[in-house]
Ligand binder design. Structure first.
Ligand SMILES: *Cc1c(COP(=O)(O)O)cnc(C)c1O
Length: 449
């Protein structure tokens, strides 16, 4: 496949386009200009694209028939500007640590619109959540139900909760695995009866109020088949709760995991198709056991921000490596790597890369884009066809790095983490500044000169 000079709209931020000189610009700003101003590597988010996708999600999912609250999964990428943009567009936010909670609060998110997740929230985290009045805590174990009940009781408040249940469904892309039992750290299993025990504990806890049930089945899911099995099992549980405890849950949170395209040919359902499929499933499953359709909640992370950003890197070295059979692979090394995008190393994730800073007529050659870390597995794009004339100083762009890249960034090899900028209407502003060596050294009491 030749280097895609035409930017596939399914992969790149909405306003990304080639200029007359063949350079990529986002919101009209050439990437070379962004790198000059903010350095490289650089994450570039298209603000309007973030807002548009958020709006589209709310519009598609929140209907009169199935009122739905859309929570953005903050773990995908959270900073105050993202929190602000998304809440302005009608989203709520889910967080799973004190750090994510504090970021959302400082981004001006109404605590009532925050949902707090996690399988091992600390007392301090639960206390802070109750203190600021988060709308929902998703309880994940019997120990936590007791803990949260005590914390809320001491404050004299009633905390609304969902019970996280596991339904034995693990979904990914076009496949899902459905088993009776679930061998994982999250939630309380429906099949073993633990979920029902958890629900009973919440119903018996004076300072807790049960809103509903929560299930999250996977990530990078392209169709709704896994959600169907999950909803079937959760609605069965809801009916059982009604029959045994005479209590009707009013909210069902089906989690996130809606997939996006990373490379040409990835074909996830679009948001309208996904929303319609999930609504249909919910209505059918409720009808099956004569259960009133509860309020729905979903928690997309990747689907909101994944495609709205790209990463710009500068090429440092180019090295031909001879393979068997006379084939040569060109290793193109850039100034970042697994510290700003761990997903290829961690999950064999695939990405789309292109020469971003200029035009070229050069033929495409087999290339591998690698980082600068001391690991041979420090690969960003394993197999790419890139122009033969790529040279040090060129800029490359990798598409769809808006989710789980900066969020999972590390300081491996004492690399300062890259800056994140947002572009909108031809203007760029810092969302997160680049770390400096001083930011790293300040942690080391022996590092003073
Ligand atoms: C990770 C996660 C999400 C978001 O997943 P995406 O794949 O980014 O949509 C939502 N809910 C829960 C509970 C999660 O753990």
């Amino acid at each position: 496949m030749p280097d895609a000079r035409v930017l596939d709209a399914a992969l790149w931020p909405a306003s990304a386009a080639r200029t007359d000189s063949g350079e990529i610009a986002v919101s009209g700003i050439p990437v070379s200009q962004l790198v000059e101003q903010f350095g490289s590597p650089l994450f570039v988010y298209d603000e309007q694209d973030v807002r548009t996708r958020a709006r589209r999600y709310v519009k598609a999912f929140n209907t009169v028939e199935v009122p739905t609250q859309v929570f953005y999964a903050g773990k995908a990428f959270l900073c105050t500007s993202i929190a602000k943009w998304l809440t302005e567009e009608g989203l709520s936010i889910d967080v799973c640590t004190a750090g994510e909670l504090e970021t959302a609060l400082r981004g001006g998110v109404d605590p009532a619109r925050i949902l707090f997740h996690g399988n091992n929230k600390s007392n301090a985290e639960l206390e802070r959540a109750v203190e600021v009045g988060v709308g929902r805590v998703v309880v994940d174990s019997l120990v936590e139900i007791q803990r949260l009940n005590q914390i809320a009781a001491v404050r004299g408040v009633t905390q609304q909760v969902l019970v996280r249940v596991t339904v034995g469904v693990e979904a990914h892309t076009h496949e899902f695995i459905a088993t009776a039992h679930e061998d994982q750290k999250f939630g309380l299993s429906v099949a073993s009866g633990a979920a029902l025990v958890g629900v009973e504990a919440v119903l018996g806890a004076d300072a807790l109020s049960l809103l509903g049930l929560h299930s999250h089945i996977g990530s990078q899911i392209f169709d709704a088949a896994g959600f169907e099995v999950a909803a079937h099992r959760v609605i069965d549980l809801a009916a059982q709760i009604r029959d045994e405890f005479d209590f009707t849950v009013s909210e069902l949170n089906l989690g996130g995991g809606m997939g996006i395209a990373y490379v040409a040919g990835d074909d996830p359902l679009d948001v309208d198709q996904m929303a319609q499929a999930i609504h249909r499933i919910l209505i059918e499953q409720c009808a099956r056991v004569h259960f009133p359709v509860p309020h729905l909640a979903v928690e997309p992370g990747r689907a909101i921000v994944g495609a709205t950003a790209l990463t710009v890197y500068e090429v440092g070295t180019v090295k031909p490596v001879e393979l068997d059979g006379g084939v040569t692979r060109r290793y193109i090394a850039v100034d970042g790597g697994m510290s700003d995008n761990i997903r290829p190393a961690l999950y064999d994730a695939e990405y789309t890369v292109t020469l971003a800073s200029r035009d070229t007529d050069a033929v495409g050659v087999l290339s591998r884009v690698v980082g600068k870390h001391c690991e041979s597995g420090d690969i960003l794009v394993k197999d790419a066809t890139l122009p033969a004339d790529i040279a040090p100083g060129d800029l490359l762009a990798i598409a769809a790095t808006g989710a789980y890249c900066r969020a999972m960034a590390s300081n491996y090899n004492h690399m300062p983490r890259p800056a994140v900028v947002g572009v909108n209407e031809g203007k760029a502003s810092i969302m997160l500044r680049r770390e400096t060596l001083d930011d790293l050294l300040v942690l080391d009491p022996g590092a003073t000169l």
